[in-house]
Design a protein around this ligand. Structure first.
Ligand SMILES: Nc1ncnc2c1ncn2[C@@H]1O[C@H](COP(=O)(O)OP(=O)(O)OP(=O)(O)O)[C@@H](O)[C@H]1O
Ligand SMILES: [Mg+2]
Length: 256
C-alpha cells in the first residue's frame, strides 16, 4: 500500500481538485491497481463534487456506526474508488479519536487493515491542523502540498513546513515531501509571477514545474460533477495531466 497525502493548512488551495485529478489519472494509468481516494475532510467535498453517495463512510466507520466501509467507483470507465467522509460522523468521530491511548495512530491501528494492501490511497485532507491530519501523516509515504501564488498562500507554506518539522520531531514517520504544486496561478499578474519565482528560490527543487492556470473550466468541474481531467477546456486538462505526471515521476524517483 502506498499512502499519498494532499496536505495544506490553508483553505481553498486546490487539495480536493488535485486529489481527484490524481485519482483519475492514476486509475487510467494503472488499471490493475486499486486507486482509492479517501475524503478525510468533514466538508465532504469529494462526494459532492463527483455526485457519489454511500452509507458506510469513513466517518461512520470511525464513529463505529458501522463495521464495514463502502468504496464507490467513480465511473465504470474510470476505475478509481472513493471512500466518502461521512461529514457529521467524521466530525463526531474526530472527538472520539482523542480518547484512544495513542490518538495519532488510530488510523494505523484501526483503519488501514480495511484497505487493499496493494492499493494506492490518496488522502484529501481538511484545511486545518487536526488529529485527522496527524493520523494521515503518521501513515503517509508521500506528501504533496498544493498552493496558489498569492501572498497569504506563500506564508501558509512556511507555517505548514514548520508543522511538518514539529510533527517529525515528535513521531517516527516515514513520510517524504514530494513537492509543492501550484494549483492556481495567474501568469499575467505581476505579483503572482513574482511569488512563483520566490517559491522557486525558497524551495529549490520542491516546486513542481507545471502550474495550473486560473481556469473557469476547472472552477466549474465540481458543479458539473466532473474531474479536472474531464474539464471542458483542453488546456486545463493538459495542465493537470502534466502536473500529475510530474508528481508520479518524483514518486518513482523516491522509490528507486
Ligand atoms: N486552477 C483553478 N482555476 C479556477 N478555479 C479553481 C482552480 N483550482 C481549483 N479551483 C476552484 O477553487 C475552489 C477551491 O478548490 P478546492 O476545493 O480543490 O480546494 P481545497 O483546498 O480542497 O478547499 P478546502 O480547503 O475547502 O478543502 C473550488 O471551487 C475549485 O473548483
Ligand atoms: Mg477540499
Amino acid at each position: 500500500m502506498i499512502n499519498l497525502a494532499i496536505l495544506s493548512a490553508k483553505g481553498g488551495t486546490g487539495k480536493t481538485t488535485l486529489a481527484i485529478a490524481l485519482a483519475h489519472q492514476y486509475a487510467l494509468a494503472n488499471p490493475k491497481r486499486e486507486i482509492l481516494l479517501v475524503d478525510a475532510d468533514n466538508q465532504g467535498n469529494v462526494a459532492i463534487s463527483l455526485n457519489l453517495h454511500s452509507e458506510n463512510t469513513l466517518g461512520a466507520f470511525l464513529y463505529r456506526a458501522t463495521d464495514t466501509i463502502d468504496t464507490v467507483r467513480y465511473r465504470p470507465e474510470i476505475p478509481f474508488y472513493v471512500l466518502e467522509s461521512g461529514r457529521l460522523h467524521l466530525y463526531e468521530a474526530e472527538k472520539r479519536i482523542y480518547e484512544y491511548p495513542q490518538p495519532t495512530h488510530y488510523f494505523r491501528d484501526h483503519l488501514l487493515q480495511e484497505f487493499d494492501p496493494a492499493s494506492l490511497v490518496i488522502w484529501d485532507l481538511p484545511p486545518t491542523l487536526s488529529i485527522i491530519n496527524d493520523n494521515v501523516l503518521a501513515i503517509a509515504d508521500y506528501i504533496v502540498i498544493p498552493t496558489h501564488t498569492d501572498y497569504l498562500s506563500l506564508t501558509g507554506i512556511t507555517n505548514l513546513l514548520a508543522y511538518l518539522e514539529h510533527f517529525r520531531a515528535r513521531h517516527q514517520v516515514r513520510c517524504r515531501l514530494l513537492g509543492i504544486a501550484i494549483t492556481l496561478h495567474r501568469e499575467h499578474v505581476n505579483q503572482n509571477r513574482q511569488n512563483r519565482e520566490s517559491l522557486q528560490q525558497a524551495f529549490d527543487g520542491l516546486l513542481f514545474e507545471h502550474a495550473i492556470p486560473l481556469s473557469t473550466a476547472i472552477a466549474t468541474t465540481a458543479q458539473n460533477h466532473l474531474t479536472p481531467l474531464e474539464a471542458a477546456d483542453p488546456r486545463a486538462r493538459e495542465a493537470y495531466q502534466g502536473l500529475v505526471r510530474e508528481i508520479h515521476q518524483r514518486m518513482m524517483n523516491c522509490q528507486e
